[in-house]
Design a binder for this molecule. Structure first.
Ligand code: NAG
Ligand code: NAG
Ligand code: NAG
Ligand code: NAG
Ligand code: NAG
Length: 468
C-alpha cells in the first residue's frame, strides 16, 4: 500500500514520463543517461516491471548507488545515469526508475545473444609503452559510433568518442571484421583500470551498449640484477602527484598494514636508510629507490606508492636477484638428471629455459606448465628445495635453465651424444667394411681362378658359331 502510494505520488509530481528502449547483449552491459538531474537529497527508486519488484529502495547517496548488477550514478554533467551489467535474458523487460518527487522514466531492456560480447580481457603494458586492445561488436552496430568509457571509483566516465577526444587515445574501426581497436600511447600509471568498449545505440538519447570490458594493467618492467650488485627501482607517477609523499614497500602495501621500506618527506626529496636511497625527481615525475649490495632477501615484489589523501595509488615491479653460484651439468643422451633448486617461498617454484634471466619473467614457465612427460618435479616443502628430474635426455635439452622466480640460479645443462654408442657403432661399421672388403677380395680371386676354366668354353662358343 505504501509503495503504491509512493508511485502514485511519483506520477503526480513528475513531469512527462520519458521512455527509453535499449538493447544490450548477454554478457555485456547497458549505460543510459536519463537526461534528467540527479537531485542528491531525493530518494532514488529502481523497480522491475511488471511486478514492481524493488531493486533500489529509499536510498540517498552522494553520487553512486549500486545494488548487485544495477547502478545509478551522477555523471559529470549532473545527470542521473543507469548502468546495468552482466546482462542475461532474465534481465530483459521493463524497468521504472525515478527520483522521488522529481521525475520518473520507463526503460525497456532487450537482451540479445551474440558471441561478440561475453569477453572480458586483461591487457598488460609497461609504463611509457603503447597499449592496444580490440573490442568485437555485433554486426548490428557497424554504423554506430564507437565509444570508450572508463570505470572510476564512483563514476563511469566517457574517455573517448568522436565528440570527446583525448590526447594519446585513438580508435580505429575495422568494419569488415566488426572490431574496433583502441590505442593509448605513452601510458602513464593513471591509465590503468577498467575500460568499457561501447556503441552508441540510440540516437535520440545518450544510451550505449557496452560490449567488452578490458582491464588494463600498467606495470613497470622487472629489474634483474646479480647478487652483490645494486638495483634501481624506477617508479614513474602522474605529474599531478608531484607534491605527494612517495614510498617504496616490499610485499604488502595496502593502506592498513603497509610497511614501507622508505618514504620521501615532503620538503626533502631524498631519504637514505642503510642500503636504500629514495629520490624523487619532480621534474621528470619519477622516484627511484636504489638498493645496494643485493642479497637473496632483497628479491621480491616491490610497490611504488603515492600517498593520496584517503588511499594509495601504486604500481608494482619485481626485483629478481641472480645468485652467483651456478650449476654446471654435463650429461649424455639417454641419461637422467636431477636438478635441485632452492626456493624462498611457495610461488617461487619456477623452472624456465631461457638464455637471459629476464626472458623468464615474461614467459616464465612454471613447473606445472611443462607438458613433457620426461620432466617431473618433487617438492620437499620443509627443506626449501624442489627437485626437477629430466629423464631420457636429448641433445636439444642442452641450454641454460633458471631455477626460482625472484631468487634465480643459473643451471647450464650440456647434453652430449653418447660416444660409447658411437664407438660401438663405428667398430661394427669398420668390422663390416673389413668383412665386406675381404669377401670382395676373395670373390675377385675366386673369379680370376674360375676365369682360367671358362676360357675354353668361350672358345667352344666361338667354335660352335663359326660354321654359320
Ligand atoms: C543532461 O540533462 C539535461 C537536462 O537536464 C539535458 O539537456 C542534457 O542533454 C543531459 N546531458 C546528457 C549528456 O545527456
Ligand atoms: C523498502 O523500504 C521500506 C521502508 O524504508 C522497507 O520496509 C522495505 O522492506 C524495503 N524493501 C526492500 C525490497 O528493500
Ligand atoms: C630529473 O630528471 C631530469 C629529466 O630526466 C634530469 O634532466 C635531471 O637531471 C633529474 N634531476 C635529478 C636531480 O636527478
Ligand atoms: C661447464 O662445463 C663445461 C664442460 O665441463 C665447460 O666447457 C664450461 O665452460 C663450464 N661452464 C661454466 C660456466 O662453468
Ligand atoms: C628424481 O630423481 C631422484 C634420483 O634419481 C629420485 O630419488 C626421485 O624420486 C626422482 N623424483 C621424481 C619426481 O621423479
Amino acid at each position: 500500500m505504501k509503495i503504491l502510494l509512493i508511485f502514485f505520488t511519483f506520477y503526480l509530481i513528475s513531469d512527462a514520463v520519458r521512455c527509453f528502449s535499449v538493447t544490450g547483449y548477454s554478457g555485456g552491459s547497458v549505460l543510459v543517461d536519463s537526461g534528467k538531474l540527479w537531485f542528491s537529497t531525493n530518494v532514488k527508486c529502481f523497480n522491475k516491471l511488471p511486478g514492481w519488484r524493488n531493486i533500489m529502495n529509499n536510498t540517498k547517496h552522494d553520487k553512486w548507488i549500486s545494488v548487485g548488477k544495477f547502478t545509478l550514478f551522477q555523471n559529470n554533467e549532473g545527470n542521473l545515469t543507469i548502468f546495468i551489467r552482466d546482462l542475461n535474458e532474465h534481465d530483459a523487460g521493463g524497468y521504472w526508475i525515478g527520483v522521488l518527487y522529481k521525475w520518473g522514466l520507463d526503460l525497456t531492456l532487450h537482451v540479445e545473444d551474440d558471441s561478440c560480447c561475453k569477453v572480458s580481457k586483461k591487457v598488460m603494458v609497461n609504463v611509457g609503452e603503447t597499449a592496444t586492445f580490440s573490442c568485437e561488436y555485433s554486426q548490428n552496430h557497424i554504423n554506430d559510433l564507437k565509444i570508450i568509457f572508463k570505470e572510476g571509483k564512483d563514476s563511469i566516465e566517457m574517455i573517448y568518442s568522436r565528440w570527446k577526444k583525448k590526447e594519446r587515445f585513438s580508435i580505429s574501426d575495422d568494419k569488415h571484421n566488426n572490431i574496433f581497436s583502441v590505442r593509448i600511447t605513452a601510458v602513464t600509471p593513471d591509465d590503468g583500470g577498467v575500460y568499457l568498449c561501447g556503441v552508441w545505440i540510440n540516437r535520440h538519447s545518450y544510451s550505449y551498449s557496452i560490449i567488452n570490458n578490458v582491464h588494463l594493467h600498467i606495470s613497470i618492467p622487472p629489474v634483474v640484477r646479480r647478487e652483490g650488485e645494486s638495483a634501481e627501482i624506477i617508479c614513474p607517477y602522474d605529474s599531478i602527484y608531484k607534491s605527494n609523499t612517495k614510498s617504496l614497500c616490499k610485499g604488502k602495501c595496502s593502506t592498513r598494514d603497509r610497511n614501507p621500506l622508505s618514504e620521501t618527506v615532503r620538503e626533502e626529496k631524498e631519504t637514505k636508510t642503510d642500503r636504500l636511497t629514495l629520490k624523487d625527481n619532480v621534474t621528470a615525475s619519477v622516484f627511484t629507490g636504489t638498493i645496494t649490495g643485493l642479497t637473496a632477501e632483497d628479491a621480491g615484489k616491490y610497490w611504488c606508492a603515492v600517498t593520496l589523501e584517503t588511499d594509495l595509488n601504486y604500481l608494482y615491479t619485481h626485483l629478481m636477484v641472480i645468485m652467483n653460484e651456478e650449476l654446471n651439468l654435463t650429461k649424455y643422451e639417454g641419461d637422467d638428471v636431477s636438478i635441485q633448486c632452492k626456493h624462498h617461498d611457495e610461488d617461487q617454484k619456477s623452472f624456465c629455459k631461457a638464455y637471459e634471466a629476464s626472458m623468464c619473467v615474461k614467459d616464465g614457465v612454471s613447473l606445472e606448465m611443462i607438458r613433457d612427460d620426461r620432466f617431473s618435479f618433487s617438492d620437499e616443502a620443509s627443506t626449501g628445495v624442489f627437485t626437477v628430474n629430466i629423464t631420457d635426455l636429448r641433445e636439444e635439452d642442452s641450454g641454460i635453465y633458471w631455477c626460482g622466480a625472484h631468487v634465480m640460479s643459473k643451471v647450464h645443462l650440456n647434453v652430449k651424444k653418447d660416444f660409447s654408442m658411437i664407438i660401438i657403432i663405428s667398430v661394427c661399421v669398420i668390422l663390416l667394411l673389413i668383412g665386406g672388403f675381404t669377401l670382395t677380395v676373395w670373390k675377385l680371386r675366386h673369379e680370376r681362378q674360375s676365369d682360367a676354366y671358362t676360357q675354353p668354353s668361350s672358345v667352344y662358343c666361338t667354335v660352335t658359331h663359326n660354321p654359320l
